[in-house]
Design a protein around this ligand. Structure first.
Ligand SMILES: [Zn+2]
Ligand SMILES: [Zn+2]
Length: 337
């Protein structure tokens, strides 16, 4: 537990076996209890860590009166249901996240089938498919699905103590991702939208929009306009160079676009073929594609598709269907055929 600004506590909640290490929940005292932003997974270890850190402040889980979820990924949303059972806290999250609670966490079969078809169409070989299809089901178990009491759309104000946070809809990493902005104090609670070192995954999959990378870059540019002195991210540590960090993330995505165009050259390739040729982890350059964990491979493929579709919308790449699979190529190649 760390007081990162007068009245705002950062509570790192452990994420065992995850390279992320922890997720940051933020706690703010209000007139009638506490506001908690994001929660951690629903595991006993996460719950104990939260409880112990609340105790350091003199608070109990029962006193949480409001929970705001930046997006419904398990590390941010998992524990919300258990906390609500204890405290009857009001849960707020964005409409576009609410729409996916059922298919992601209650009745997953349909989404898993859609995902398998999606991966197969994008070139994933049959022998690799089962592992990739079920790669996220273990963490989905760390979620007690719960419906929001308040459905957000962006533009609302959430008040806690002296803080007035404006809800800003920042789609990209997740379709209904939100951030909270206090303009008086120039504080941004950024969820996974902007992190100080990690580049958040932007994936194109059956539940995303048709061009999530474009959504993401637009919502980065939108928050770049804000006056921000302190960013409180969902992972890693608070930081203050928001504008510089946004520039780095945007140029990373442009570099990845160029890399994909280079790999494509004058060939016609599936998203899967391209993904296996991209260097995903420069630190472990020696590691082969099949050495990556199934979830990392799946995220990599879906991220490549988001880049391909981004460039297709810009007219820099063509898409074609052949024998039930989707291929990409440069537009001038198509003209020659
Ligand atoms: Zn996330
Ligand atoms: Zn996260």
């Amino acid at each position: 537990m760390k007081e990162v600004y007068h009245g705002i506590y950062q509570l790192p909640i452990p994420l065992p076996n995850s390279p992320l290490g922890h997720i940051n929940a933020y706690l703010i005292q209000s007139d009638n209890g506490y506001l908690l932003v994001d929660t951690g997974w629903d595991t006993d270890e996460a719950f104990s860590a939260l409880k112990a850190q609340l105790a350091e402040i003199g608070a109990r889980p029962e006193e949480i009166s409001q929970i705001v979820i930046t997006h419904i990924h398990p590390d941010h949303y998992g524990l919300a249901g258990r906390l609500k059972q204890l405290s009857r806290a009001e849960i707020a999250l964005h409409q576009r996240e609410k729409e996916h609670i059922r298919t992601r966490y209650i009745n997953m079969d349909e989404l898993l089938e859609q995902l398998a078809r999606w991966l197969a169409t994008n070139g994933v070989p049959a022998d690799e498919l089962p592992d990739l299809q079920i790669a996220s089901t273990p963490v989905a178990r760390f979620v007690v699905p719960t419906s929001p009491d308040v459905t957000l759309h962006g533009g609302e104000t959430i008040t806690a103590g002296v803080f007035n946070f404006e809800v800003l809809w920042t789609p990209g990493h997740s379709p209904g991702h939100i951030v909270l902005y206090d303009s008086n104090r120039k504080i941004l609670i950024s969820g996974d939208h902007v992190l100080p070192h990690i580049t958040p995954n932007v994936a194109l999959h059956p539940q995303s929009s048709r061009n999530p990378l474009n959504d993401y870059i637009n919502s980065l540019n939108q928050i770049k306009q804000l006056e921000v002195e302190l960013v409180l991210p969902g992972h890693e540590q608070p930081f203050n160079n928001l504008s510089e960090r946004i520039d780095q993330i945007v140029s990373h995505h442009h570099e990845r676009n160029s890399e994909i165009l280079d790999i494509l050259g004058n060939k016609t390739k599936t998203a899967y073929q391209l993904t296996t040729e991209i260097i995903w982890m420069p630190d472990t350059r020696a590691s082969r594609w099949h050495d990556l964990a199934p979830l990392d491979r799946r995220l990599a493929i879906l991220e490549t598709i988001s880049h391909l579709e981004f460039m297709r919308f810009e007219g820099r790449i063509d898409k074609l269907s052949r024998d039930g699979a989707i291929y990409y190529q440069l537009p001038d190649i198509g003209a020659k055929n």
